[in-house]
Design a protein around this ligand. Sequence first.
Ligand SMILES: [Mg+2]
Length: 300
Amino acid sequence: MPEAIPFIDALPDLSSRLARAKVLYTDLDGTLLGRGASLLKDGSGQPCLDAATAVMELNRAGLKVVICSGRNARQLMEVSRMLGWDDFIAELGCVRSYGRGARRVYDIGVWPADATSDDETPYEAIVRVGALDLLRAAFPGLIEYHDPWHVDREVTHVLRGNVPVAEAQVLLDALPLPVSLVDNGIIHPPRHTLVGVEEVHAYHLVPFGVSKPRAILADLAERGITPDEAIAIGDSAADVAMADAVSLMVTVRNGLDDPVLAAHALARPEGAVASTRGSHGTGWRELAEAWLAATGHARA
Ligand SMILES: [Mg+2]
């Protein structure tokens, strides 16, 4: 187990690992995007072109980027179009979209095919079994819907707050359908109705078994490439799990501010997870330019 999370430029085999990479899976919020989910702002809200420049450089080089986010498919369709990308993974791995929306693949984890009743979405099934009511009753004032981004979802629920995840999971384990509570990192909502919560996390309620790494493995299989030919970047504990499906998992520097992420990253083998020196889009650009250099592309 590593004592500290290394910076990517301290990895002795960084160049060879990046040279093999054919696809980058990227988280959006807190990773590519800065404050207020802006592509054109850094983490403190100052105007910054690093993320947009890096996207342009990778597009110019023809390097493949796939968004892997907790956001819903409707949002990711628009974001992907704007950035010039064709495929994405939405709702924390539950929805994979190809060819600019031409084809969608759904994953409901370990749920049996008859887990949902007629015309019921997996999203509605999670409500029906009482997962939301259970959490609100157990942790009053500490968890709520991540309004207004909780709408238009097909499988997962996005929440915000600060609850002991392991304790909440024990309660959820008693439900008739297996549902997991996933910590998707620190967020800065402009407003909320939580009580006495300083550090707000985004959480997702997902069918048990669904995850970003599982979706990435399925995506890689479709592309006919191996985890050794993929890299990923994110900023949360849920993102660190992408290390299971790629040769290098990178956290942007601000991800290290999240003690849950740090604990998950330090539990991984040496060199599995590394950090950029820059935060948000600046860190994203750092990885993009290292990838460009390793694959023999000149910088802009
Ligand atoms: Mg994130």
